[in-house]
Write a protein that binds this ligand. Sequence first.
Ligand code: MTE
Ligand code: MOS
Length: 812
Amino acid sequence: MSRLSERPAAAVVGQAVRHESAALHVTGRALYTDDLHPRTKDVLHAWPVQAPHARARVTGLRVRPAYAVPGVVRVLTAEDVPGINDAGVKHDEPLFPSEVCFHGHAVCWVLGESLEAARRGAVAVEVDYEPLPSIITLAEAIAAESFQGAQPTVQRGDAEAALARSSHVFHGELELAGQEHFYLETHAALATVEDDGRLFVQSSTQHPTETQEIVAHVLGLRNHEVTVQCLRMGGGFGGKEMQPHGYAAVAALGATLTGRPVRLRLNRTQDLTMSGKRHGFHARWRVGFDDAGLLQALEATLTSDGGWSLDLSEPVLARALCHVDNNYWIPDVRVTGRVARTHKTSQTAFRGFGGPQGMLVIEDILGRCAPLLGIEPHELRRRNFYEDGQTTPYGQVITQAERVQRAWDQVAEDGDLARRRAEIAEFNATHEHLKRSVAVTPVKFGISFNLTAFNQAGALVHVYKDGSVLVNHGGTEMGQGLHTKMLQVAATTLGVLPEIVRLAPTRTDKVPNTSATAASSGADLNGGAVKDACEQIRERLAHVAAQRLGVPAPDVRFSGGVVSGLGTEHTLPWADLVHSAYFARTQLFAAGYYRTEGLHWNSTVMRGSPFKYFAHGVAATEVEVDGFTGAHRTLRVDIVHDVGDSLSPLVDVGQIEGAYVQGAGWLTLEDLRWDTGDGEHRGRLATASASTYKLPSFSEMPPVLNVTLLERAHEEGAVYGSKAVGEPPLMLAFAVREALRQACAAFGPEGTSVDLASPATPEAVYWALQEARAGHDPEVEAGPGPTPPEADPAAPTRHPESESALQHLSEA
Ligand code: MTE
Ligand code: MOS
């Protein structure tokens, strides 16, 4: 056991405690960024002037009429920017654009004494637009070769040759839709000017350091002149990893120009129409199997829809390419990725960060090919699982293959799958218009930022004279329970009761140069740093205790708020020791630091060992589909998931449940639609409210949702033997999509291969089962596959956002 992973007896980590702010959340006393403005004197409110074109040149901008509106204080335009007019780190996101790049793009902002005054002021601003041709769909972008950023390839062996050798070769396409974050709290910022032009910006941000840097560069300040604080977020899900910066910068600019605090909070429609979403992807692929159904080769091109600017599209794409294998050994691989530039919101991080999109490609392939190979889908999946010692296509060695196998077996057993499969067969045989199916899918998800430098974190821990402990760390709390886990880590390391530990809001002047709280690595990284800081304090206190207890310092023990020594009955209460340590002039605070060892990654050739470890899980999902309407419901879900030795089991189970449901929403309900026509609303987000964008709600909750944490799962390489949990379980939801595919197939003859659009909305499921009914000839020809044609943008479509998803799987 490593020092990092070793867990003392009676540890506070591992206890099933509730979220540290649970009582505040449910009573409404928890403060979020936008709760601060009513407490802020003289605050101004900001409202955007949103462009009504997908793409247009701004040829005239007259702000004067806005000033005639009572209560309007200031209109912010590009000319007001003292620093760099850019809201991103890629220098491709002008904060005040001269060219509109998506429908709803903010060209300027109005500040008012009230929100209503700002809104009316924005209506009064006169803008002249010269509309320009736009690209809305991925198919249009591919046809026009409208791409941005790098085009990396993950490659091993010779995929062409291996395809030529394979006895079964298939090719196909998949278009999968994006997803709206729909965090409960929309983007929000509150900026205040302090003396000497320094700024204090409160922001709902997963990445306070980068928000600080962008505010500084827009205002032409140094980083030490800007402090960013994030109290907590009402959800981020990746949507607040890079996109809060511009809003914070607008508020900060407004505060600087007016000398008054500025509050900016997007209403729901503004948030939906202005902020980025999960990337939709298009995939074109060829795959080869041997006679036993073992994967031989995969050749694919993944194109993501980046929207108007790069934002995080390149790292999202890299993660997609690194997850196209999911948990399957594929000897020869060549997968190329590219980012399309379209005139839509700039798509961004979303729970899984490209991993879900990459993995969906291989799961779709296996689901479509299993009937053509005459192998049960669950059997085809299991046969292709990794074994220890094999490597991923990018070269990382697999060491915990046994865990997926164990989770798989446990799901089969706990979920009573053999019996239920027989029952389902019976049910389907006796029900003409209702079909059921159960599917099982695995998850293997890499933990660490692909970019090695981000894998570091800091903490600042204070012990006050009364023994109470205040923990600052670089991570942000967005509901995921990071603060709860850090509280448990600090209490464990210091050997104190959790009641005397508090977490402070995240601030850039407490811990500098932080990474985004993202990639599920918040607890690993900040946990390592908090532990380091607490260990320093504990060491110093051990010397004071040694004198008082009459034992050598290494023999002092801290546990449960009591300090004891080996070989003595005498003990000291924690607070007592701290008090005397202060008078003995002992430093009672410490800065902690952690960096993940053993990572290496070459992003140019896409090779290395970018991940500290993999998180694993398996889900089984049973669904029922109505043959008249395609309406479907989930009957039961069984999950076994690997979180290492859990730091906080209630938090982890909650993360797994929430992630599964969020994944199921992405794959089966949520349906982003943009106006793709040539009319005046081209490019407009048609699903710009909760009434048109269907989120999972209580009525979609599976009536049975069993979540079990995998046992014997100690993780050597992470704090107190735990593993990251935030993102990986989202991909457990592949099971619901595969179950729907199988239920559709049950409407057709034996061996039917079903192409299912993503999202598999009732409409899409209806079309899929109609095709199954029509009968699909599963005959397979052996031999090498032809090079597939480029995606045909003019191909007939049933679903505007996933035209090729319904295209038949073609045989070689
Ligand atoms: N859980 C809640 N309740 N709210 C969120 O916004 N974000 C997810 C996940 N779980 C999120 C969440 C995402 S995208 C990530 S990367 C992780 O939490 C980030 O937190 P962690 O690194 O502390 O796990
Ligand atoms: Mo999570 S998508 O890495 O913020």
